[in-house]
Design a protein around this ligand. Structure first.
Ligand code: SF4
Length: 463
């Protein structure tokens, strides 16, 4: 945890925005697997009757200034065709590795990126065919979530997605204020965004999620409320409110949005942290007052919105065991190994990894990853559950690990309690964050990383 000055209680103050923990361990803790384990062996002893399927499309029309996802701008020379060809080959190899000794069933599917709707309507049909015909996922029978962007959410693409069973569409708007979108290096006009939202509603996909960002240069409480109100006008079933980060190698970082003089940097960081905490509270209070419930620090759901599944994961981050990720930016999880392809943020590196993916013929082995032992599995369970507003039922933890989170993580939990991050009024048997704790999710999550994962992440050479 990054600490700064001490608080009145004597506990060192922490920076509230360390990192967003959407998956543990993070990909920067993955390493090449010299033994290149065969997928068939990795999956042999795994349960396969409720897998998640994730297909990654690493193309976007523009590169937003804040984005550190694995994606490239544009796709020259039939690259999308070659990419889908490779995805098809990978799907055949992975489905073969899952075998047929036991039933293989997918309980949820998602297309992410990048921007899956960068693909044409015809290519989206092909993507759905890969999920259905190669992998055996019944897309019309399971929750299917797809990410889109204002300029690619066209009527023909949305019609394909609706017809193939999409239950949730997530659109990255970030801001309805044109000047803020520009400041975040995401050139778009509000009229274009409103047009896309209208087309999404016309497509009658049951759940609409809108992503917004706070902490943009020049953003005030008033302009933030303008964006929130504009989003609420569409009565989205879900809203994600993201704090802005300026991460290495991103466009905003290159523009010098991060200050480099140490003293000035500390002052700027403190002011920026304060701005983000304030806008978070404004956004949270506004949504709670407008019929939304808080699911996690970022996620809010309209209280009367349809639920995807009574017992499914609360948000759509790739968190559950039993995940099959296809595509060169996708992760896959068995209970013992998390694996993927190489990872990069720099555009040149990303292009070369995609080129290598499209020329790969043999997808039968895991190349890059990290083994998750019993102790990491406990950390992961604690992290995933405690960062949800509903909290962690201690009985679930005990049933899975035959021990107690307080016995496994005494120092961490004592520190969280001392900071006022735990809800002392939570019902017996529920480990739940206080509102202050939820607001500090991006400090609390990283504080639970193991020393081994922390060291691997620190040693990772960014590219
Ligand atoms: S934020 Fe979304 S649309 Fe923007 S570059 Fe990243 S993946 Fe593409």
């Amino acid at each position: 945890m990054t600490t700064s000055t001490a608080t009145a209680t004597g506990i060192p103050a922490v920076r509230p925005y360390e990192s967003y923990v959407y998956a543990y361990p993070h990909k920067t803790a993955y390493r090449p697997l010299p033994e290149r384990p065969a997928l068939r062996e990795l999956w042999a002893a795994e349960r396969k009757d409720a897998l998640s399927l994730y297909l990654h499309i690493p193309f976007c029309e523009v590169r937003c200034g804040f984005c550190n996802l694995f994606t490239r701008i544009g796709a020259p020379e039939e690259l999308t065709t070659r990419y889908l060809d490779a995805l098809d080959r990978q799907a055949v190899a992975v489905r073969d590795a899952l075998g047929d000794d036991e039933p293989v069933r997918f309980a949820a599917a998602a297309f992410g990126g990048g921007t899956p709707t960068f693909l044409t309507a015809g290519e989206l049909e092909r993507l759905c065919d890969i999920a259905e015909k190669r992998m055996g996922a019944d897309l019309r029978a399971v929750p299917l979530s797809v990410e889109t962007s204002p300029s690619t959410a066209t009527a023909d693409r949305l019609a394909v997605l609706a017809d193939r069973g999409t239950t949730r569409i997530s659109i990255g708007v970030q801001s309805f204020v044109d000047a803020e979108a520009k400041a975040a290096v995401r050139p778009q006009r509000r009229a274009e965004v409103e047009g896309a939202l209208g087309r999404i509603r016309d497509a009658r996909i049951p759940v609409l999620n809108i992503d917004l960002i706070y902490g943009i240069d020049g953003q005030t409480e008033r302009t933030w409320l303008t964006s929130l109100e504009a989003a609420l006008a569409w009565r989205p079933e879900e809203l994600y409110l993201y704090p802005l980060y300026v991460r290495p190698l991103t466009g905003l970082h290159r523009l010098g949005a991060g200050v480099t003089v140490p003293e000035a940097e500390a002052l700027e960081q403190a002011a920026w942290d304060e701005q983000r905490l304030r806008l978070y509270a404004v956004g949270r209070d506004h949504l709670l007052a407008h019929g939304y419930e808080q699911v996690s620090m970022r996620m809010f759901r309209r209280a009367d919105a349809p639920r995807e599944s009574a017992d499914g994961p609360e948000d759509y981050a790739c968190q559950t065991d039993g995940m099959i990720g296809l595509g060169c930016g996708a992760r896959s999880y068995t209970s013992a190994l998390h694996y993927s392809f190489d990872y990069a943020v720099d555009m040149r590196e990303i292009r070369s990894i995609i080129d290598s993916f499209t020329s790969t013929q043999d997808f039968s082995r895991a190349e890059v990853g990290r083994y998750v032992d019993a102790s990491e599995a406990r950390r992961r369970h604690l992290l995933q559950s405690v960062l949800q507003a509903a909290g962690l039922p201690v009985a679930d933890y005990r049933a899975r690990f035959d021990t107690d989170p307080w016995a496994d993580f005494p120092a961490e939990l004592a520190e969280f309690a001392a900071r006022g991050w735990l809800d002392e009024g939570a019902p017996e048997g529920l480990l739940r964050l206080s509102p202050l704790g939820l607001a500090h999710s991006d400090a609390l999550g990283p504080a639970l990383f193991s020393p081994g994962v922390r060291a691997a992440m620190a040693a990772y050479e960014r590219k």
